[in-house]
Design a protein around this ligand. Structure first.
Ligand SMILES: O=C(O)CCC(=O)C(=O)O
Ligand SMILES: [Fe+2]
Length: 271
């Protein structure tokens, strides 16, 4: 049973709903980062078959098992995809030293319009300064469901965010997030460990909901990432729908955005 102290809170979930990601700086301790980094260099990290219970994937002594068994990481997993998620896939993403070209912008899937969502962890075992890249993400892109490289013609977006970070940083992103690897101008190989998990339970109120009625939630859900121009109202509606899905509160609105669209009276006027 997960300790409530490690679950995410409603403000963090609201940020995830608006931005499509959460970032936890220097979460993993130094010794584990070094062990994981070495295992990535030596290619000794085993994977597993897609669709198996996540708990069955790594042996107890695997550095990845040790990292993902940390109560802080378990808390993130539980809050997003529940107690017994499925393993989807993992990848050790490498950008070679002196690789001056970046990856094209993409999503990691075909068009996937589920309200239910998978999560992808990006784990950085070593310091990742800007000249080493740091996976670029586009906050707020997760509702624009694309097929893989549909967006590849774009080079840069207003508000794009490189994961420039210290060793031990973990990001968790919604499966719809647009992202791409960056050039590595250093003389060191850049590693990023990615793990995708699927839920096995309805994703409703899996986090610590003590603060679910916090007055700051509507403003957290009202962020404007600006790259979508004047379409922020569309994003409000997407977020309200997702917040309703996550909380089970079918009445939730901020302002009158979704309620207006739902106003389709059936009663016939009588004289
Ligand atoms: O290496 C990275 O930073 C991202 C890689 C990636 O997103 C991919 O290959 O799908
Ligand atoms: Fe990717």
């Amino acid at each position: 049973m997960i300790n409530n102290d490690y679950l995410l809170d409603s403000k963090q979930m609201a940020d995830f709903v608006a931005d499509g990601f959460l970032r936890f700086d220097e979460l993993v301790p130094k010794e584990l980062n070094e062990t994981a980094h070495k295992a990535m260099e030596d290619r000794t990290i085993q994977g597993g078959r897609a669709g198996l219970p996540f708990s069955q994937i790594w042996t107890q002594d695997s550095p990845m098992r040790r990292i993902f068994d940390m109560p802080e990481v378990q808390g993130i997993v539980h809050s997003m995809v529940g107690p017994d998620p499925l393993y989807d896939h993992q990848a050790i993403h490498i950008v070679n030293a002196g690789n001056h070209s970046g990856q094209i912008w993409h999503g990691d899937a075909i068009i996937d319009t589920r309200m239910h969502f998978d999560i992808q962890f990006f784990y950085f075992s070593h310091d990742t300064p800007r000249e080493m890249g740091g996976t670029m993400i586009l906050p707020g892109s997760h509702y624009r469901r694309i097929c893989e490289t549909d967006i590849a013609r774009y080079q840069n977006f207003l508000g794009q965010l490189p994961a420039v970070c210290k060793a031990g940083t973990i990001m968790v992103v919604h499966h719809g997030m647009w992202h791409c690897a960056q050039p590595n101008l250093t003389d060191q190989t850049r590693y990023m460990f990615k793990l995708r998990l699927n839920p096995t339970v309805r994703q409703v109120r899996l986090w610590n909901t003590d603060d679910v009625d916090d007055p700051s939630i509507p403003s957290l859900l009202s962020k404007n990432h600006k790259w979508y121009g004047n379409d922020v109202r569309l994003e409000f509606v997407n977020r309200i729908k997702f917040w309703r899905f996550l909380t089970g509160n079918e009445q939730f609105d901020m302002g009158y955005w979704l309620s207006r669209l739902e106003n389709t009276p059936d009663n016939i006027a009588v004289a």
